[in-house]
Ligand binder design. Structure first.
Ligand code: TXA
Ligand code: MG
Length: 333
């Protein structure tokens, strides 16, 4: 684990001014958002953006989301706005939605990994909004974890992931949504929008507004792999191997002392028996609660000392689409 510890401050006026000064000087700041914590840098300064890749040990082929206060600032970075994209921004920004649109030349190629499109998001967390306005810069910010690992949903988890690679982390409390933003791309004029990553805004809410979006993922087709470079089969991975199971009965009594269980929904007494550790995403089967707790509980079980994490399934609707996506990638070795 990296050390020494970075400075963690509540986002009061003094801390926001200090964070804005760091960002203007080309340094990194740990940023609370409603989805997950980000590792932010001035998106218009390639030298600052390069520090993000270094700190995360992230490959340069994986582009970054640029954060802005709202639609007006986004328009300065994206060259064209299909009607459906504008509709989505008007309805869901600020919020857990990222739009991938043709970039303007002002966006450095390092931010988009040389792709002609830029990913844009207006975060809703008040500290993120306050920092964006205080520094007056668009902020490139990936999730503030080491590449391929569990996304942080608390300031402490950011410090655990990045140590002194980030000088200052603003502590905005635990993330309310808990899953990364939903990524929607508009590949060509008139073509169907692509859902590149299921996330904190359910697909159903998007389709209710703009009609069908195609599911696109790294796993399905070569062409789509180029469109969603960061959606690697292995991602969000705990250090402890994770296995997806259909029922707790799949784990025999003899294995339970070495197994930590990640559950969802009400569990019977027998299903609980004998496990090294158990965390329940939502005993009441509430997907919002499950999403908000997901990465924190995954981290807790990763630290439990068990040899293996066994994860029960989540229904494939609403936020369950994104939860199952994260579980699949966490299980992939
Ligand atoms: O909720 C979120 O989106 C968080 C918070 C901090 O805003 N950010 C986040 O960033 O999850 P990151 O870097 O961990 O994931 C961004 C995803 C990656 O899969 C990346 O490949 C994809 O977005 N992406 C970024 N720019 C892209 C682009 N121009 N075209 C296609 N995919 C892009
Ligand atoms: Mg990430």
């Amino acid at each position: 684990m990296p050390s020494p510890a970075p400075t963690i401050l509540p986002p009061d006026a003094a801390a926001l001014a200090r964070a804005a000064a760091l960002l203007r000087a080309g340094e990194l700041v740990g940023l609370p958002t409603e989805t997950v914590y980000g590792l932010a840098a001035n998106a218009l300064d390639p030298g600052a953006v390069a520090k993000i890749f270094e700190a995360k040990k992230r490959p340069f082929f994986d582009p970054l989301i640029v954060h802005v206060p709202g639609l007006a600032e986004a328009e300065a970075l994206a060259a064209s706005w299909p009607g459906a994209a504008r509709k989505l921004a008007e309805a869901f920004w600020p919020g857990p939605l990222t739009l991938v649109l043709p970039k303007r030349p002002v966006v450095p190629d390092l931010v988009t990994s040389g792709l002609p499109r830029v990913a844009l998001r207006a975060p809703a967390h008040p500290a993120a909004q306050a920092l964006l306005r205080a520094c007056g810069l668009p902020l490139a910010a990936p999730s503030a974890n080491r590449f391929g690992r569990i996304s942080p949903t608390t300031a402490r988890a950011v410090a655990e992931e990045l140590g002194d690679a980030v000088p200052l982390i603003l502590d905005g409390g635990p993330c309310a949504v808990g899953l990364e933003s939903t990524l929607v791309a508009f590949p060509e004029e008139g073509g169907l929008p692509l859902l590149l990553r299921a996330g904190g805004l359910p697909r159903e809410e998007i389709e209710a507004l703009i009609g069908p979006v195609l599911l696109g993922s790294r796993d399905t087709a070569e062409g789509e792999a180029a469109a969603a470079p960061g959606q690697l089969p292995s991602h969000y991975a705990p250090r402890t191997p994770l296995r997806r199971i259909a029922t707790a009965a799949e784990i025999p009594a003899a294995r339970r002392a070495a197994t930590a269980l990640l559950a969802f929904g009400p569990l019977g007494v027998e299903e609980f028996a004998g496990f090294a550790a158990i965390e329940n995403l939502s005993p009441a089967s509430d997907l919002r609660e499950a999403a908000a707790r997901f990465f924190t509980l995954l981290r807790t079980l990763d630290h439990s000392g068990a040899e293996e994490i066994a994860a029960l399934p989540v229904p494939e609707t609403g936020l369950g689409l994104a939860l199952n996506d994260r579980l699949r990638r966490a299980a992939h070795r």
